[in-house]
Design a binder for this molecule. Structure first.
Ligand SMILES: Cc1ncc(COP(=O)(O)O)c(C=O)c1O
Length: 424
C-alpha cells in the first residue's frame, strides 16, 4: 500500500497493525547497534599479521631505527603508502599517528591560529566560516563548532556539493575560509564527486580569499565494493588551475587495517606542509614509526593494498545488500523514504518523509536498536527537514543486522503513518 494513495481508514488500520507488531518486538529485549561506521571483528582479523610482522627487525631499508626519536614527517616507506592511497607524490605526504581526524583538527587549528602559507590567521577574520556539504560527517562539524567557526549547509547532489551555491558564496564572502569534502563514497551519502565537480572545486582558489582551504578528506579512497570507481585527482586539477595551495588531503588506514591503530596521512603543497610542519614541530618530536614500519611491511611483504581491500569488500557487500533489500522490500511500494545505493564506503544514507527522522530513531531505540542520532549528519546537529538517518551496516554480524533492519523499517513505517495521521 502507498502512503499517499491509502484512505484514512486504511491508514488507521495499518497503523494499528504495525503498533501491535512493534509492541511485541519491544518485549524481545533487543540490544543492537548500527550507529558508528566501525569495521567488524572479521574485517579487523584481516590485518592480524601486523602483529609480529617486524620479528624484532625495527630498521627500515635505509637503516632508520624506528624505535628511536625523530622523523617529523614519518617514514618514507609509510609516506609511500599514503601516496598510493591519495595518488600524490611521496614528497607531498606526511605520515602521522593513528588518526586522520587528528591531522584534520591540527590543520584547522593551524589555519585558525596561524594561517596557512603566510595568509591571515582565520581567528583574525570577523566571522570565519566553513562550507559544509550536507548530510555530512559529524566529526568535521564538531571541529568547526569547537573553534567557533560558523558553518553553512550546502546541499549534496548526485555529483557532489551544489557547486553553483558554493561558487556564489565563496565569491561573495571573503570570510569563507574552508569547505569540508569527502569526495569518494561520501559519509553518509556514498556519493563520489563527478569530474566536473572536482574541476569546479579546483577552481575555487581563483575566486576565494587567499587563506581559503579545501579539506579533501579522502577517507574512503580505496573502499570500493566492486569495480573501482575513479575519482578525479584534485591535486592534478588544482595544478592545472594554479590553485594547488588551496587543498589539504587526508586519508588513513583506519578502515583498511586496525581502526584504532593505523597510520594517517596528510598531503598538500610544500607551502602548506611547511605551515603544518612548523606547528607539529612544537607539538612532537615525531610520530609513532614502529607502527608505520609494520604497515609498510604488511603491504609490501604480505599483501597489496588492492588485494587486501577486495577482502574487506567481500565481507561488506552482503551487509550492504541486506540493508538495501530491507529498505526496498518494506518501503519502496509504501513510498516511505528514499535512500542511496552506495558502491563503496561505510554508510547508507536514508531520508524519511519530512519530519520523521527523530521519531524513527526514538522508536528504534525503545525497541532496542540504536541508530545514529537524527540530526548528527548536519552542523550543530540540526537537520532542517528532520529526515536524514545514517545507517552503518559494517559492525554487527549479518544476522544481527538483519534483525536491526527489520526493526528499522517497521519504525520508519510507524513514524510515517503517525505523521500522516497527525498522531506524532
Ligand atoms: C569521512 C571520514 N573521515 C575521517 C574518519 C576518521 O578517520 P580516522 O580514523 O583516520 O581518524 C571517518 C570515520 O568514520 C570518516 O567517515
Amino acid at each position: 500500500m502507498h502512503i499517499e494513495s491509502a484512505t484514512q481508514e486504511q491508514l488507521i488500520e495499518w497503523e494499528k497493525e504495525l503498533s501491535a507488531h512493534y509492541k511485541k518486538i519491544c518485549q524481545h529485549g533487543l540490544n543492537l547497534d548500527i550507529t558508528r561506521g566501525k569495521p567488524s571483528a572479521e574485517q579487523l582479523n584481516l590485518s592480524d599479521k601486523l602483529d609480529g610482522i617486524l620479528s624484532s627487525d625495527y630498521r627500515t631499508a635505509d637503516g632508520t631505527d624506528t624505535r628511536n626519536y625523530g622523523g617529523l614527517v614519518g617514514l618514507n616507506c609509510a609516506r609511500e603508502l599514503g601516496a598510493e592511497m591519495l595518488q600524490v607524490p611521496v614528497e607531498e605526504v606526511i605520515a602521522g599517528g593513528n588518526s586522520s581526524l587528528t591531522l584534520m583538527y591540527y590543520a584547522v587549528l593551524n589555519g585558525y591560529l596561524f594561517g596557512f602559507a603566510g595568509n591571515t590567521a582565520w581567528r583574525e577574520l570577523k566571522a570565519p566560516k566553513f562550507l559544509c556539504p550536507v548530510p555530512g560527517y559529524d566529526r568535521h562539524f564538531t571541529i568547526c563548532e569547537q573553534l567557533g567557526i560558523e558553518m553553512i549547509n550546502i546541499p549534496m547532489g548526485a555529483n557532489g556539493p551544489d557547486m553553483d551555491t558554493v561558487e556564489k558564496l565563496v565569491q561573495e564572502d571573503s570570510d569563507i575560509i574552508g569547505i569540508w569534502c569527502v569526495p569518494k563514497f561520501s559519509n553518509p551519502t556514498g556519493t563520489t564527486y563527478s569530474k566536473e565537480t572536482v574541476g569546479r572545486i579546483a577552481q575555487l582558489g581563483l575566486v576565494a580569499s587567499p587563506g581559503f582551504r579545501i579539506f579533501w578528506d579522502n577517507a574512503y579512497s580505496v573502499h570500493d565494493f566492486g569495480h573501482p570507481i575513479n575519482l578525479t585527482n584534485i591535486r592534478t586539477a588544482t595544478l592545472e588551475n594554479d590553485t594547488a595551495d588551496c587543498v589539504l588531503q587526508f586519508a588513513s588506514t583506519s578502515k583498511v587495517t586496525h581502526a584504532g591503530s593505523g597510520v594517517a596521512f596528510v598531503s598538500a603543497s610544500q607551502a602548506n606542509l611547511n605551515s603544518l610542519k612548523a606547528q607539529m614541530q612544537a607539538m612532537t618530536i615525531g610520530p609513532e614509526k614502529v607502527n608505520q614500519l609494520r604497515h609498510s611491511r604488511f603491504f609490501t611483504e604480505y599483501t597489496s593494498l588492492n588485494e587486501h581491500m577486495r577482502k574487506h569488500a567481500s565481507i561488506l557487500r552482503p551487509k550492504f545488500k541486506c540493508v538495501l533489500e530491507h529498505l526496498h522490500n518494506a518501503l519502496t511500494d509504501a513510498a516511505m523514504g528514499t535512500w542511496e545505493k552506495p558502491e563503496g564506503g561505510y554508510f547508507v544514507s536514508f531520508n524519511t518523509l519530512p519530519g520523521c527522522a527523530k521519531a524513527v530513531v526514538k522508536l528504534a531505540a525503545d525497541a532496542g536498536v540504536k541508530l545514529t542520532p537524527a540530526g548528527a549528519t548536519f552542523p550543530y546537529g540540526e537537520d532542517p527537514e528532520d529526515n536524514n538517518i545514517r545507517i552503518a551496516p559494517s559492525f554487527p554480524p549479518l544476522e544481527e543486522l538483519d534483525t536491526a533492519m527489520s526493526v528499522f523499517v517497521l519504525c520508519v513505517k510507524l513514524a510515517s503513518l503517525r505523521k500522516k495521521l497527525d498522531m506524532a
